[in-house]
Design a protein around this ligand. Structure first.
Ligand SMILES: Nc1ncnc2c1ncn2[C@@H]1O[C@H](COP(=O)(O)OP(=O)(O)OP(=O)(O)O)[C@@H](O)[C@H]1O
Length: 271
Protein backbone atom coordinates (compact mmCIF):
# COMPACT_ATOMS: atom_id res chain seq x y z
CA UNK A 1 0.00 0.00 0.00
CA UNK A 2 1.30 3.43 -0.85
CA UNK A 3 0.03 6.07 1.50
CA UNK A 4 -0.13 6.92 5.16
CA UNK A 5 -0.05 4.20 7.79
CA UNK A 6 -0.03 4.18 11.56
CA UNK A 7 1.23 1.23 13.56
CA UNK A 8 0.18 0.85 17.14
CA UNK A 9 -0.07 4.60 17.71
CA UNK A 10 -0.85 5.61 21.27
CA UNK A 11 -1.19 8.96 23.05
CA UNK A 12 -1.10 9.37 26.81
CA UNK A 13 -1.73 12.69 28.52
CA UNK A 14 -1.49 13.10 32.28
CA UNK A 15 -1.49 9.34 32.83
CA UNK A 16 -4.66 8.86 30.75
CA UNK A 17 -4.65 6.93 27.49
CA UNK A 18 -6.44 9.05 24.86
CA UNK A 19 -5.47 6.95 21.85
CA UNK A 20 -4.49 3.33 22.21
CA UNK A 21 -2.94 0.90 19.73
CA UNK A 22 -4.28 2.52 16.57
CA UNK A 23 -3.11 0.89 13.37
CA UNK A 24 -4.70 2.12 10.19
CA UNK A 25 -4.03 2.72 6.53
CA UNK A 26 -5.00 5.73 4.46
CA UNK A 27 -4.05 4.99 0.85
CA UNK A 28 -2.97 7.61 -1.64
CA UNK A 29 -5.64 8.53 -4.14
CA UNK A 30 -8.48 8.13 -1.65
CA UNK A 31 -10.31 9.94 1.13
CA UNK A 32 -10.28 8.12 4.45
CA UNK A 33 -12.87 9.31 6.95
CA UNK A 34 -12.41 9.05 10.70
CA UNK A 35 -15.78 8.84 12.45
CA UNK A 36 -16.94 8.15 15.99
CA UNK A 37 -18.76 9.80 18.88
CA UNK A 38 -17.55 12.88 20.78
CA UNK A 39 -14.42 12.13 22.77
CA UNK A 40 -13.57 9.02 20.69
CA UNK A 41 -10.02 10.25 20.12
CA UNK A 42 -10.34 11.33 16.49
CA UNK A 43 -8.73 14.76 16.90
CA UNK A 44 -6.05 13.38 19.19
CA UNK A 45 -5.16 10.77 16.58
CA UNK A 46 -4.95 13.41 13.84
CA UNK A 47 -2.79 15.62 16.04
CA UNK A 48 -0.44 12.69 16.68
CA UNK A 49 -0.17 11.96 12.95
CA UNK A 50 0.37 15.66 12.26
CA UNK A 51 3.28 15.62 14.69
CA UNK A 52 1.88 18.25 17.06
CA UNK A 53 1.38 15.71 19.87
CA UNK A 54 3.97 13.19 21.11
CA UNK A 55 2.91 9.59 20.55
CA UNK A 56 4.01 6.00 20.78
CA UNK A 57 4.11 3.79 17.69
CA UNK A 58 5.03 4.53 14.10
CA UNK A 59 3.63 6.77 11.40
CA UNK A 60 4.85 6.07 7.86
CA UNK A 61 4.31 7.43 4.38
CA UNK A 62 4.79 4.96 1.54
CA UNK A 63 6.50 2.66 4.03
CA UNK A 64 9.08 5.19 5.30
CA UNK A 65 8.85 6.88 8.73
CA UNK A 66 7.78 10.51 8.53
CA UNK A 67 10.51 13.09 9.16
CA UNK A 68 10.89 14.67 12.60
CA UNK A 69 7.84 16.62 13.84
CA UNK A 70 8.27 20.36 13.36
CA UNK A 71 10.78 19.92 10.53
CA UNK A 72 10.33 21.59 7.15
CA UNK A 73 10.60 18.23 5.42
CA UNK A 74 7.62 16.95 7.44
CA UNK A 75 5.67 20.14 6.71
CA UNK A 76 6.27 19.56 3.00
CA UNK A 77 4.72 16.10 3.29
CA UNK A 78 1.91 16.52 5.80
CA UNK A 79 -0.68 19.29 5.82
CA UNK A 80 -2.91 19.63 8.87
CA UNK A 81 -6.12 21.57 9.35
CA UNK A 82 -7.00 21.59 13.06
CA UNK A 83 -10.55 21.59 14.39
CA UNK A 84 -12.13 25.00 15.16
CA UNK A 85 -9.04 27.09 14.63
CA UNK A 86 -9.38 30.57 16.07
CA UNK A 87 -7.58 33.05 13.89
CA UNK A 88 -6.60 36.47 15.11
CA UNK A 89 -4.09 37.29 12.40
CA UNK A 90 -4.58 40.83 11.07
CA UNK A 91 -3.64 39.69 7.56
CA UNK A 92 -5.56 39.26 4.33
CA UNK A 93 -6.96 35.90 3.34
CA UNK A 94 -4.46 35.77 0.48
CA UNK A 95 -1.56 36.35 2.87
CA UNK A 96 -2.87 33.62 5.19
CA UNK A 97 -2.91 31.18 2.27
CA UNK A 98 0.56 32.31 1.18
CA UNK A 99 1.82 31.19 4.60
CA UNK A 100 0.98 27.66 3.47
CA UNK A 101 3.88 27.91 1.01
CA UNK A 102 6.45 28.58 3.77
CA UNK A 103 7.72 24.98 4.01
CA UNK A 104 8.76 25.25 0.34
CA UNK A 105 10.65 28.55 0.66
CA UNK A 106 14.26 29.10 1.61
CA UNK A 107 14.95 31.29 4.70
CA UNK A 108 15.38 34.48 2.68
CA UNK A 109 13.41 33.74 -0.44
CA UNK A 110 10.07 35.22 -1.35
CA UNK A 111 7.16 33.68 -3.24
CA UNK A 112 7.95 32.68 -6.81
CA UNK A 113 5.46 32.85 -9.66
CA UNK A 114 4.84 29.11 -9.17
CA UNK A 115 4.12 29.67 -5.44
CA UNK A 116 1.65 32.42 -6.30
CA UNK A 117 -0.03 30.10 -8.80
CA UNK A 118 -0.48 27.49 -6.05
CA UNK A 119 -1.97 30.14 -3.77
CA UNK A 120 -4.39 31.27 -6.50
CA UNK A 121 -5.36 27.65 -7.20
CA UNK A 122 -6.02 26.96 -3.51
CA UNK A 123 -8.17 30.10 -3.23
CA UNK A 124 -10.14 29.02 -6.31
CA UNK A 125 -10.61 25.42 -5.11
CA UNK A 126 -12.11 26.64 -1.85
CA UNK A 127 -14.21 29.36 -3.50
CA UNK A 128 -12.29 31.99 -1.51
CA UNK A 129 -11.03 34.24 -4.30
CA UNK A 130 -13.89 36.69 -3.77
CA UNK A 131 -12.65 37.64 -0.30
CA UNK A 132 -8.92 37.09 -0.88
CA UNK A 133 -8.17 40.74 -0.07
CA UNK A 134 -10.34 40.91 3.07
CA UNK A 135 -8.73 40.70 6.50
CA UNK A 136 -9.12 37.18 7.91
CA UNK A 137 -10.63 38.48 11.17
CA UNK A 138 -13.50 40.11 9.25
CA UNK A 139 -14.56 36.91 7.47
CA UNK A 140 -17.57 34.79 8.45
CA UNK A 141 -16.90 31.45 10.16
CA UNK A 142 -17.46 29.50 6.95
CA UNK A 143 -15.35 31.86 4.85
CA UNK A 144 -12.52 31.67 7.38
CA UNK A 145 -12.74 27.86 7.42
CA UNK A 146 -12.34 27.81 3.64
CA UNK A 147 -9.33 30.12 3.78
CA UNK A 148 -7.67 27.88 6.38
CA UNK A 149 -8.31 24.86 4.19
CA UNK A 150 -6.85 26.77 1.23
CA UNK A 151 -3.74 27.39 3.31
CA UNK A 152 -3.32 23.64 3.82
CA UNK A 153 -3.97 22.89 0.12
CA UNK A 154 -1.46 25.51 -0.99
CA UNK A 155 1.29 23.49 0.67
CA UNK A 156 0.69 20.69 -1.88
CA UNK A 157 1.43 17.95 0.64
CA UNK A 158 1.24 14.21 -0.03
CA UNK A 159 -0.89 13.83 3.11
CA UNK A 160 -3.80 16.13 3.98
CA UNK A 161 -5.26 15.81 7.49
CA UNK A 162 -8.46 17.78 7.99
CA UNK A 163 -10.32 17.80 11.29
CA UNK A 164 -13.98 18.57 10.62
CA UNK A 165 -13.22 20.74 7.59
CA UNK A 166 -16.88 21.28 6.72
CA UNK A 167 -18.36 21.81 10.20
CA UNK A 168 -18.81 25.56 9.65
CA UNK A 169 -19.91 25.37 6.02
CA UNK A 170 -23.34 25.66 4.40
CA UNK A 171 -24.58 22.52 2.57
CA UNK A 172 -23.43 23.74 -0.84
CA UNK A 173 -19.92 24.45 0.36
CA UNK A 174 -19.86 21.17 2.35
CA UNK A 175 -20.46 19.24 -0.85
CA UNK A 176 -18.04 21.38 -2.82
CA UNK A 177 -15.23 20.99 -0.27
CA UNK A 178 -15.69 17.22 0.05
CA UNK A 179 -15.78 16.81 -3.73
CA UNK A 180 -12.70 18.97 -4.02
CA UNK A 181 -10.85 16.86 -1.41
CA UNK A 182 -11.81 13.74 -3.33
CA UNK A 183 -10.54 15.28 -6.57
CA UNK A 184 -7.31 16.30 -4.82
CA UNK A 185 -6.82 12.77 -3.55
CA UNK A 186 -7.45 11.18 -6.92
CA UNK A 187 -5.77 13.65 -9.27
CA UNK A 188 -2.71 14.36 -7.11
CA UNK A 189 -2.42 10.91 -5.46
CA UNK A 190 -2.68 12.43 -2.00
CA UNK A 191 -3.69 10.49 1.11
CA UNK A 192 -6.55 12.57 2.53
CA UNK A 193 -7.76 11.88 6.06
CA UNK A 194 -10.88 13.71 7.21
CA UNK A 195 -12.67 13.70 10.56
CA UNK A 196 -16.41 13.94 9.95
CA UNK A 197 -19.58 13.87 12.04
CA UNK A 198 -21.97 13.89 9.09
CA UNK A 199 -22.28 10.21 8.16
CA UNK A 200 -24.19 10.91 4.94
CA UNK A 201 -21.31 13.08 3.83
CA UNK A 202 -18.88 10.37 4.94
CA UNK A 203 -20.81 7.79 2.89
CA UNK A 204 -20.71 10.04 -0.12
CA UNK A 205 -17.16 11.36 0.05
CA UNK A 206 -15.00 8.70 1.69
CA UNK A 207 -13.73 5.49 0.15
CA UNK A 208 -12.57 4.15 3.52
CA UNK A 209 -13.81 4.73 7.04
CA UNK A 210 -12.21 4.28 10.44
CA UNK A 211 -14.76 4.03 13.25
CA UNK A 212 -13.27 5.01 16.62
CA UNK A 213 -14.43 4.88 20.20
CA UNK A 214 -12.60 5.09 23.51
CA UNK A 215 -9.32 5.92 21.76
CA UNK A 216 -9.36 2.69 19.75
CA UNK A 217 -10.39 1.57 16.30
CA UNK A 218 -13.71 -0.26 16.49
CA UNK A 219 -13.77 -1.08 12.81
CA UNK A 220 -12.05 0.03 9.62
CA UNK A 221 -12.69 -0.78 5.99
CA UNK A 222 -14.58 0.24 2.86
CA UNK A 223 -17.15 2.94 3.70
CA UNK A 224 -20.19 0.81 2.86
CA UNK A 225 -18.97 -2.05 5.07
CA UNK A 226 -18.39 0.18 8.07
CA UNK A 227 -21.67 2.05 7.65
CA UNK A 228 -23.53 -1.23 7.12
CA UNK A 229 -22.07 -2.84 10.22
CA UNK A 230 -24.03 -3.24 13.48
CA UNK A 231 -20.99 -1.68 15.15
CA UNK A 232 -22.06 1.70 13.83
CA UNK A 233 -25.26 1.74 15.90
CA UNK A 234 -23.54 0.22 18.92
CA UNK A 235 -20.66 2.66 18.87
CA UNK A 236 -22.83 5.75 18.68
CA UNK A 237 -25.61 4.18 20.81
CA UNK A 238 -27.94 5.34 18.07
CA UNK A 239 -30.10 3.50 15.60
CA UNK A 240 -29.36 4.81 12.13
CA UNK A 241 -31.62 4.65 9.12
CA UNK A 242 -29.91 4.21 5.78
CA UNK A 243 -31.06 4.52 2.21
CA UNK A 244 -30.56 6.45 -0.99
CA UNK A 245 -31.95 9.66 -2.37
CA UNK A 246 -31.42 9.76 -6.14
CA UNK A 247 -28.66 7.17 -5.70
CA UNK A 248 -26.89 9.28 -3.09
CA UNK A 249 -26.36 7.39 0.21
CA UNK A 250 -28.11 8.86 3.24
CA UNK A 251 -27.37 7.88 6.85
CA UNK A 252 -29.58 9.51 9.45
CA UNK A 253 -30.00 9.00 13.20
CA UNK A 254 -33.45 7.57 13.99
CA UNK A 255 -33.38 7.15 17.77
CA UNK A 256 -31.00 6.78 20.67
CA UNK A 257 -30.45 3.25 21.93
CA UNK A 258 -31.13 2.36 25.55
CA UNK A 259 -28.23 1.10 27.68
CA UNK A 260 -29.32 -2.56 27.25
CA UNK A 261 -29.47 -2.29 23.46
CA UNK A 262 -25.80 -1.59 22.84
CA UNK A 263 -22.79 -3.06 24.51
CA UNK A 264 -19.77 -0.81 24.00
CA UNK A 265 -17.57 -3.14 26.03
CA UNK A 266 -17.57 -5.47 22.99
CA UNK A 267 -15.83 -2.89 20.80
CA UNK A 268 -12.42 -4.32 21.27
CA UNK A 269 -13.42 -7.53 19.49
CA UNK A 270 -14.86 -5.91 16.41
CA UNK A 271 -11.84 -4.74 14.45
N1 LIG B 1 -4.73 17.75 26.19
C1 LIG B 1 -5.61 16.91 26.74
N2 LIG B 1 -5.53 16.62 28.06
C2 LIG B 1 -6.39 15.76 28.62
N3 LIG B 1 -7.39 15.15 27.97
C3 LIG B 1 -7.52 15.41 26.67
C4 LIG B 1 -6.64 16.29 25.98
N4 LIG B 1 -7.01 16.35 24.69
C5 LIG B 1 -8.08 15.54 24.57
N5 LIG B 1 -8.39 14.99 25.75
C6 LIG B 1 -9.47 14.03 26.01
O1 LIG B 1 -9.28 12.94 25.12
C7 LIG B 1 -10.51 12.43 24.66
C8 LIG B 1 -10.48 12.43 23.14
O2 LIG B 1 -10.52 13.78 22.69
P1 LIG B 1 -10.56 14.12 21.14
O3 LIG B 1 -10.59 15.59 21.01
O4 LIG B 1 -9.48 13.40 20.45
O5 LIG B 1 -11.96 13.48 20.74
P2 LIG B 1 -12.77 13.57 19.38
O6 LIG B 1 -13.10 12.19 18.98
O7 LIG B 1 -12.05 14.40 18.39
O8 LIG B 1 -14.09 14.30 19.88
P3 LIG B 1 -15.09 15.38 19.20
O9 LIG B 1 -15.92 14.61 18.22
O10 LIG B 1 -15.88 15.85 20.36
O11 LIG B 1 -14.26 16.46 18.56
C9 LIG B 1 -11.58 13.31 25.26
O12 LIG B 1 -12.13 12.65 26.37
C10 LIG B 1 -10.84 14.56 25.69
O13 LIG B 1 -11.45 15.15 26.81
Amino acid sequence: MTGLATEDVGVRVGGRSLVDGVSLEAPRGAVTGVIGPNGAGKSTLLRAIAGVLPHAGRVTLDGAPLPRPGSRTRARLVGYLPQCQDVHWPVTARRAVELGRLPHLGPWSSLSRADTAEVDAALTKTDSTRFADATVTTLSGGERARVLLARVLAAQTAVVLADEPVAALDPGHQLAVMEMLRDEARAERRAVVVVLHDLSLAARACEHLVLMDGGRVVMAGPADEVLGSPWLDRTYAVQFGQGHVRSVPVVTPVRRLEAGEHRPEEHRHAS
